[in-house]
Design a protein around this ligand. Structure first.
Ligand code: FE2
Ligand code: FE2
Length: 143
């Protein structure tokens, strides 16, 4: 179909940390949500859910690990707490997937709400704290 469906979430400046590889990864989370929405719109509910939860599971591992390595490397003072929050994310995901496997469909809604709050609360507030630290310590990169 040529008709481009509207995006669920549009990436914007407020979501940006200014650290390119991390922004790229954060954009990926927005892409995942948008793809999910698009597939739902196309009426492919089952595939949409499977695809979304699969990708989200992979994303959780590689993005959070990448970010933790970065935080250690730059000597972020609040590293421990940040990592703790990431661990809570992984635990929550695992538990909800287990619930879903047992047939509890509520888990899907929980995981979607979780992803949204990850974007709006974690990325836009918590991750921004380490970006602030990073730029204070190392300065903004030129160009
Ligand atoms: Fe992040
Ligand atoms: Fe984070």
């Amino acid at each position: 179909m040529l008709t481009k469906s509207k995006e669920l979430i549009t990436w914007n400046k407020e979501m940006e940390l200014g650290i390119a590889p991390i922004d790229e990864q954060h954009k990926k989370l927005v892409d995942l949500m948008n793809e999910f929405y698009e597939e739902l719109e196309e009426g492919k509910r089952k595939e949409a859910i499977e695809h979304f939860l699969d990708e989200l599971g992979n994303y959780l591992v590689y993005h959070l690990d990448y970010e933790e390595k970065f935080l250690e490397k730059i000597g972020f003072p609040d590293f421990k707490n940040h990592k703790k929050t990431h661990e809570m994310f992984k635990k929550f995901y695992k538990e909800e997937i287990e619930r879903l496997k047992k047939g509890n469909e509520k888990a899907i809604r929980e995981l979607i709400a979780f992803t949204l709050s990850w974007l709006y609360t974690h990325i836009m507030k918590t991750d921004k704290k380490y970006a602030k630290f990073f730029f204070e310590k190392y300065g903004k990169k030129e160009g």
